[in-house]
Write a protein that binds this ligand. Structure first.
Ligand SMILES: C[S@@+](CC[C@H](N)C(=O)[O-])C[C@H]1O[C@@H](n2cnc3c(N)ncnc32)[C@H](O)[C@@H]1O
Length: 208
């Protein structure tokens, strides 16, 4: 499935997705992640969708939020729901920001829509966009979600076949480390009836 088709599917169910979003309670995840961050700063929310709940949580706390998504339908909602955020329409693999632009980067429930072989280049960019000490939070699919150690194919989501991809947690850790990011935690969490690996990593002051 190419990026255009996936973006069109998200365009098609943007409103329905946003209405259902409350069933995935990220309160605890966001509280834990925020506890290691400055009170205010710059966040890049990759695959921000309708801006709920990640962009909104940071914006409400006075952060400047830049959300990236390739679904125009999702970004229209984000502009409505979180008017203070800046939205960028584009594929997260193709957008670029200046070096050290952000104190935090999030990629919640979206990296699994990108072939895992494309992740190393994205991780390199995220490392570059983060300020030293900056933190990265992302959700990763594993066998708990797809039933396979490594997966590339479609799975049904809200009645639509969506592309999903992941490799093993071990290879994922190698990819993150190769980009110069250090993993601080990687835990399976069951939220809204679905289990994903939740990973936090940071950009060390000096690259190893
Ligand atoms: C499951 S939704 C998650 C949205 C939001 N992060 C949340 O937690 O509700 C996945 C989002 O990622 C976006 N997305 C998927 N692949 C993308 C890509 N390569 N570039 C930009 N956005 C992408 C989709 O358009 C969709 O809005």
């Amino acid at each position: 499935m190419n990026a255009e088709s996936l973006a069109q599917i998200y365009d098609g169910f943007a409103s329905a997705y946003a209405r259902n979003r409350d069933s995935f309670d990220l309160h605890e995840v966001l509280e834990e992640f925020s506890s290691g961050l400055p009170q205010k700063g710059d966040l890049c929310d990759l695959g921000c969708g309708a801006g709920e709940p990640v962009s909104r949580d940071f914006a409400d706390r006075g952060w400047h939020v830049t959300g990236v998504d390739f679904s125009a339908g999702m970004l229209e909602l984000a502009d409505d729901f979180v008017p203070t955020m800046t939205t960028v329409l584009g594929d997260m693999r193709e957008v670029d920001f200046d070096e050290q632009s952000f104190d935090a980067v999030t990629a919640v429930y979206c990296l699994f829509h990108i072939p895992w072989r494309d992740h190393p280049a994205l991780f390199e960019n995220i490392h570059r966009w983060l300020r030293p000490g900056g933190q990265f939070l992302f959700t990763y699919a594993t066998r708990e979600y797809t039933g396979s150690d490594e997966f590339e194919g479609t799975k049904d989501f809200m009645g639509q076949p969506l592309f999903y991809s992941h490799t093993t947690p071990t290879r994922l850790s190698e990819q993150v480390a190769a980009a110069g990011l250090e993993i601080t935690s990687a835990v399976n969490r069951r939220i809204g009836g679905e289990t994903f690996l939740w990973v936090t990593a940071y950009r060390p002051a000096l690259r190893a």
